[in-house]
Design a protein around this ligand. Structure first.
Ligand SMILES: Cc1cc2nc3c(=O)[nH]c(=O)nc-3n(C[C@H](O)[C@H](O)[C@H](O)COP(=O)(O)OP(=O)(O)OC[C@H]3O[C@@H](n4cnc5c(N)ncnc54)[C@H](O)[C@@H]3O)c2cc1C
Length: 159
């Protein structure tokens, strides 16, 4: 994309001066919010999307994407100092290596209480966990959506 087009796109993305009110406001730009915003926009609604995290520009904001372990200190493994900042994010055992750690929150800055263990892996940036997920895409059937109800656990699928 050339500079002029990019400036125009980003200006529209961040703030549209002509547009003072919105038909819909979407909070969060992960898969859920992103898809909702796409549908709303494509159906003609004036849509405002709010994101708490930083902007991520495709490709240019992926500083570690082309790094191999031998390009990184310690073969990409987190140090004890690193682990002190992401003790919960590190519970997966693989996401806090040097290639991926930048996408996960600092647990000291974003703490939460646990009555029993709850692994909450999060990233606060445009795209949310669509940047971090493992790319397993399962085909769900109607049986999956009624499993909780049939087995009497958790909550019934709400939609
Ligand atoms: C390491 C990892 C691997 C995974 N692998 C798979 C997989 O292989 N297959 C699979 O199906 N799923 C996988 N998942 C799960 C999947 O990625 C998530 O379920 C999905 O991406 C969640 O999308 P979401 O839009 O609901 O939430 P998120 O992607 O978390 O989006 C929420 C967005 O809202 C923003 N936000 C939060 N609070 C506010 C606020 N107050 N104001 C404004 N913005 C806010 C956040 O910054 C974020 O951008 C994986 C998840 C992780 C972490």
């Amino acid at each position: 994309m050339n500079g002029f087009l990019k400036d125009l796109t980003m200006k529209k993305f961040y703030y549209n001066e002509e547009q003072q009110s919105y038909d819909a406001i979407v909070v969060g730009t992960g898969i859920s919010g992103g898809w909702a915003a796409k549908e709303l926009c494509e159906n003609g609604l004036k849509t405002l999307v709010l994101e708490r995290g930083r902007m991520v520009r495709h490709i240019e904001d992926y500083p570690t994407a082309y790094k191999d372990p031998w390009d990184l200190p310690n073969g990409g493994k987190p140090t004890q100092e690193d682990l002190k900042k992401q003790p919960k994010q590190n519970r997966t055992g693989y996401t806090t290596n040097a290639v991926s750690a930048l996408w996960f929150v600092n647990d000291l800055e974003h703490p939460y209480n646990e009555i029993k263990r709850f692994d909450w892996m999060r990233g606060y940036h445009v795209g949310g966990r669509s940047i971090m997920w493992g790319r397993h895409s399962y085909r769900w059937s109607d049986i999956d959506f009624t499993a909780n109800q049939r087995e009497g656990i958790a909550v019934d699928w709400p939609v």
